[in-house]
Design a protein. Structure first.
Length: 136
């Protein structure tokens, strides 16, 4: 599949899921990364009007788990996130946040991902580490 087909497929499988609820959209893919974005608005705010860390983590796990499928190019894989950690560095009230997943370790069964979440100005908002488990 080419880049546009990959992004179209990734976005299509989000229908009727948490990803659709949060407005997560896959926007870029390359040889060793996958990027998704999420609008920062009232749906993903904490009560004080700032992006909720849980929504950020959901974005990070979404893009990291999808990256396993995309980068391994195997539609028969079942992937689950088994551990995630996040350091939130800066608050965001509006605009978009972008999560870019890149592999640290891309094994057959266990993968380790770094997910950097940035805002529209490319400021680092959060940095996440995701471990995924893959079964064929």
């Amino acid at each position: 599949m080419d880049k546009e087909q990959v992004l179209k497929y990734c976005n299509a499988i989000c229908d009727n899921t948490l990803m659709e609820t949060l407005g997560i959209e896959f926007v870029d893919v390359g040889e060793n990364f996958l990027t998704a974005r999420m609008a920062v608005n009232a749906k993903v705010h904490q009560p004080d009007g700032v992006l909720h860390g849980g929504a950020t983590v959901a974005l990070a796990e979404t893009v990291g788990s999808a990256a396993v499928f995309v980068l391994n190019k195997n539609p028969n894989l079942t992937t689950r996130g088994i551990e995630i950690s996040a350091n939130h560095l800066k608050g965001v009230k509006e605009g978009f946040v972008y999560a870019k997943a890149t592999p640290i370790h891309n094994g057959k069964t266990i993968q380790l991902w770094e997910i950097r979440v940035t805002d529209d100005q490319k400021n680092l908002i959060s940095i996440c580490k995701l471990t995924t488990l893959t079964r064929a």
